[in-house]
Structure formats: C-alpha cells, structure tokens
Design a protein around this ligand. Sequence first.
Ligand SMILES: C[S@@+](CC[C@H](N)C(=O)[O-])C[C@H]1O[C@@H](n2cnc3c(N)ncnc32)[C@H](O)[C@@H]1O
Ligand code: SF4
Length: 338
Amino acid sequence: MLTDTLDRPLRDLRISVTDRCNFRCVYCMPKEAFGRDHPFLRRDQLLTFEEIARLARIVASLGVKKIRITGGEPLLRRDLERLVAMLAPIPGLDLTLTTNGSLLAGKAQALRDAGLRRVTVSLDSLDDAVFRAMNDVDFPVERVLAGIEAAARVGLAPVKVNAVVKRGVNEHTVLAMARHFRGTGHVLRFIEYMDVGHSNGWRLDDVVPAAEILSMIDAEMPIAPADPNYRGEVATRWRYRDGSGEIGVIASVTRPFCQGCSRARLSAEGQLFTCLFATSGVDLRALLRGGEGDDVSGDRAIADAISAVWSGRQDRYSEIRSAQTAGLPRVEMSYVGG
Ligand SMILES: C[S@@+](CC[C@H](N)C(=O)[O-])C[C@H]1O[C@@H](n2cnc3c(N)ncnc32)[C@H](O)[C@@H]1O
Ligand code: SF4
C-alpha cells in the first residue's frame, strides 16, 4: 500500500475539470480577483477526458478508492457525462461530483445514465437575498433546490448539501437550513470558512466554529454524535435524536483532520497537489504529453512519479496553521479543485 511520511494512504482523488465558474462566491472567487481579465486556463491547457481517465486508472491501481469530480464548476465543462461514462467502469471506484447545482436540473439524468452514483450540491442559504449576495451573480435559491430534487429523483442519492458558514453573512440562516433538510433524506453539512487561496481576505473572526453551529441546532432539534462512515471521513456526523436524519460538520479550521487525510488533488491542467494549501504541484500533463508513451511502460512511469510524490508527502497545513503560515503563497481553491 502506498503511504506517505506520516503513514497516510492515498485513497481519494479530487479532479478539477475546469477552473471557471458561473458563480463568484465571496469566499472562493471574489469578483475583485476573478474579473473579466482573469487569466483562466485555455482549452488546450486542460487535460482531455482521455488523459483524465488514464490518470484515474493509474491512481486506482495505486489504491485510490474514491474520485470526486469538481472545479471551478464542473458542469460548465462540455459533455461532462462523457467523462463520467469513462470513469464509472473503473473497478472498485466510488465516483461522485461536487457542483453548485445551477445546471444540475438539466444534467442529472444524463449524469446518472453515464454511471454517476451520488452528488454533493453546494448551497449556503435558503434565504434568497443572502444566497444571491453570497454567490454574487444574483443566482436564485429556487434553481439550486430544483437541481437537488432532480438529482434525488434520478437516484443520485443521498444528496449531500454543503453550506459554508461565514460570520455575519449567513450564520443567522443556519437553523432554517437544518429545518428544511431534516427528514428529506438529503444530508446537510456545514463547512467552516477556510483560508484557502489568497483572494478571499480570510480572517479568523469570519469563521463560525462547528461547535457553535452544532449547539445552535441541538438547542432546537436535539442531536447525538454518529460513527464515521469510513476512516478519514472529513465530516463529523450527527444524527437527529428523533430519527429524522443526520447532519455533518466539516471543522477544518477548529478541528483539523490532516492526520487522517488520504486525499490528493489534480488541477484542470494536470498538476498534482497533495494538500489544499500546497504552494506547488507536480506536472502530470508533461508526463502524459511528453515522452512517457501511451503504453504499459508509460503508465508505469506515471505511476512511479505519483508514488514518489505521495511517499514524500509531509504536509499537515491545517494542524500547523499559525501566523507563520499566513503569508505563504497558496493556490486558489477554484484552480486546485475544492
Ligand atoms: C470550490 S467548490 C467546486 C465545486 C462547485 N463549484 C461547488 O461550489 O460545489 C467546492 C466546495 O468548496 C467550498 N469552498 C470554496 N471556498 C471555500 C472556503 N474558503 N472555505 C470553505 N469552503 C469553501 C464550496 O462551498 C464548495 O462546497
Ligand atoms: S464555491 Fe464553487 S460555485 Fe462558488 S465560486 Fe467557488 S467554484 Fe464557483
């Protein structure tokens, strides 16, 4: 089994298929940093679906059990279902997708038919004004809810719904979210606002700790801790005591989970990163398009390169987050894949 210097196995790969997005979420792609003149990747810089599928087969042979397609907004990548159809047959692989839900209602059936099993939809508030302000492109809640329902209807279930909570912005809408999704079978998860990238102007004061969110919910709808689904699960699970479902919290700031992190990330142009907070990646596109060849020995050379990166991995950024780490260069989440 491939493990890193802290004995963590490589189990999970997030693949970004585009660095573009139709939203400008204030905590991810603020308009000031991602304006009209932002240098997004050109089409020829992106990995092709064939290149992505080849890498997916190689990482699966190294022990990866789960692949998440993400971005940017993955449903902006044309014919994404074609990629899903190429990845779904890889044996032993759990395939899922994270989306902002804006295009999901129209795409859910095609994604399901192509072999996708589940989706995670990001939705930060049910309050239309709050949500429109957070996505900053005036996108209405209603259409994301329609996407969630379409996904559940075609069997991309249970749908996970991710909400980033930012102090003073949407924390007052947390309870309404919990009330709405309780009993629907969808699993709502609250995410602490993280200091990814450099453009969102993150401050610790903007973080609403998961413990605070849980106690707010518990006061109205009593909850109890539930066991993790698997080792290294990032969300901590809680179930409603009356049996009406579960929620989760992702406390990456107040309770970092680097110790159990088995995740690597592939940017849309084929850079492999071992941490969301990494400063640089390893160029797998160069190996794919360079001299490594399209055959078994080419695959082996790429597998060796990935193994070398993973076995040398030491990062545990969230555990050592401090004044010293604040100024370090970092890649943006929309680029590296959230
Ligand atoms: C980068 S997005 C990519 C996929 C898709 N566009 C979406 O929004 O679901 C993936 C996830 O990262 C989360 N995210 C982005 N910036 C974040 C931040 N600063 N802190 C915590 N979560 C963040 C988003 O809310 C979303 O759930
Ligand atoms: S969180 Fe997702 S939807 Fe929002 S700007 Fe980032 S990539 Fe786009």
